[in-house]
Design a protein around this ligand. Structure first.
Ligand code: PMP
Length: 443
């Protein structure tokens, strides 16, 4: 965010409404699930920064390894050399990734991971002599990044409707949000509808023109949308039948957020062709992202007749040794009880938040693992958000901040994804603040 000094405030750049009440001062420290601002106010970090501080703040092990790696080898060029932490990390990630997703390309974050995946898709199709197989299917409500093409995939028009040239390459399917399914339609029929919509798009566009389908297993920034049962396996099967690459965007859902290192297989039973990741891979202690790639796709890239070498694509900070060293230590922490804790605590987290559904303003509390969303509605009968004052998320956030909790406001929703270290009493504290804040908002 661009920080704008305003009197004594540090105000986040106002990105058209989804930033909540201004923080009263810059954040200066963190500890566990808490952050403290320059005025000494301590707040629960409800969104774990931006879905990323999975291991919590002030982890000495992570800070130490960052320092140690900087002293040992602070940088090497990924174009000419490899570094030991990245080699070890690749092996460990491949062990966790489903199927034959045995290859990793490191990036600097989520957007660059998504761009990289799409460059792989285009390049592999060029090599196979089918350069027109480049349309990308994404979904309303999805979020995939802030760079030119990744932003074009996003489900929010404001992210891309002013830059049409990239958007011409993208087709968007309906948002798989069971809460917003047509009235009277069962979840099963809704799922059939979503799959049929994809099949129709393939038929109309021609599978020879569609290169990839990209999906977050659980839509994060769109409001923690958990697709209907069976949706992801059926979409995956359609991709396989039509030679369309399935890219699982696990920038949020990986590294423990849903209780596993990767969620695609372990939570949803699917093996994608590529998985993009970032954020929780280093718990936010160093910028790093990447793409897991199937062996089949890797061979396509290797067979390149465009050059003798591999596909020419790289970022200065790809496989940064400090990022990879931090990621290795972060994996140790996850393996050393944090994944187990995340899985064990998620039931209490979800059940406690669910109690807020008795408040008239709350239409639905939904979530999975340690990500959750409170969606507010104008009235509980129609569940209609449209007549609602759409600053409601911001207003809840404002009250929460007064009481010591950061949430992520999204128009009529508030999203939470706390550090995975959260305890039952901290969950109680969070839910109690939310209850008071929502009550104050609806009064
Ligand atoms: N994909 C998803 C699912 C995301 O949530 C985000 C960021 N919120 C991105 C991609 C982009 O990641 P970054 O901001 O690190 O570029």
């Amino acid at each position: 965010m661009i920080a704008t000094a305003q009197k004594h405030l540090v105000q986040p750049w106002p990105t058209a409404g989804d930033i909540g009440a201004e923080a009263r001062g810059g954040m200066v420290s963190g500890d566990g699930i808490y952050v403290t601002d320059s005025e000494g106010r301590r707040l629960i970090d409800g969104p774990a920064g931006m879905w990323c501080v999975n291991a919590g703040h002030r982890r000495k092990e992570l800070a130490d390894v960052l320092h140690e790696q900087a002293m040992a080898l602070s940088y090497n060029s990924p174009w000419y050399t490899m570094n030991q932490p990245s080699v070890t990390l690749s092996q460990r990630l491949a062990d966790y990734a489903p199927g034959d997703l045995d290859h990793v390309f490191y990036t600097t974050g989520g957007s660059s991971a998504v761009e990289t995946a799409l460059r792989f898709m285009q390049f592999a199709n060029n090599v196979k002599g089918r350069p027109d197989k480049k349309m990308i299917i994404s979904r309303q409500g999805g979020y995939h990044g802030s760079t030119y093409l990744s932003a074009s995939l996003n489900g929010r028009p404001r992210d891309h409707d002013w830059m049409d040239s990239a958007s011409e390459q993208v087709i968007k399917l309906s948002c798989p949000n069971p809460f917003r399914r047509p009235e009277g339609m069962s979840e099963q029929v809704f799922c059939d509808f979503l799959v049929a919509e994809f099949r129709t798009v393939i038929e109309k566009t021609g599978k020879e023109r569609i290169g990839a389908f990209i999906a977050e297993p659980v839509m994060a920034s769109g409001g923690v949308i958990i697709p209907p049962q069976g949706y992801l396996p059926r979409m995956r099967a359609l991709c396989a039948d039509n030679d369309i690459l399935f890219i699982a965007d696990e920038v949020v859902t990986a590294f423990g957020r849903l209780g596993h290192v990767f969620a695609s297989q372990d939570v949803f039973g699917i093996t994608p062709d590529m998985i993009t990741f970032a954020k929780g891979v280093t718990s936010g202690y160093f910028p790093l992202g990447g793409v897991m790639i199937s062996s089949r796709l890797f061979e396509d890239l290797r067979r390149s007749n465009h050059s003798d070498a591999m596909f020419a694509h790289g970022l200065t900070y790809s496989s940064h040794p400090i990022g990879c060293a931090v990621a290795l230590k972060n994996l140790d922490i996850l393996e050393d009880g944090l994944l187990d804790h995340a899985r064990a605590i998620s039931g209490y987290f979800q059940a406690s938040l669910k109690t807020l559904e008795d408040l008239p303003l709350v239409g639905e509390v939904r979530g999975l693992g340690l990500m959750a969303c409170i969606e507010c509605v104008a009235d509980r009968i129609s569940n209609n958000p449209l007549t609602l004052d759409l600053t409601v998320g911001k207003r809840i956030d404002g009250h929460c901040q007064d009481l010591g909790l950061l949430v992520r406001p999204l128009i009529n929703m508030c999203v939470m994804s706390p550090p995975l270290t959260i305890t039952p009493s901290q969950i109680d504290e969070m839910v109690s603040i939310l209850r008071t804040s929502i009550e104050r908002t609806q009064d």
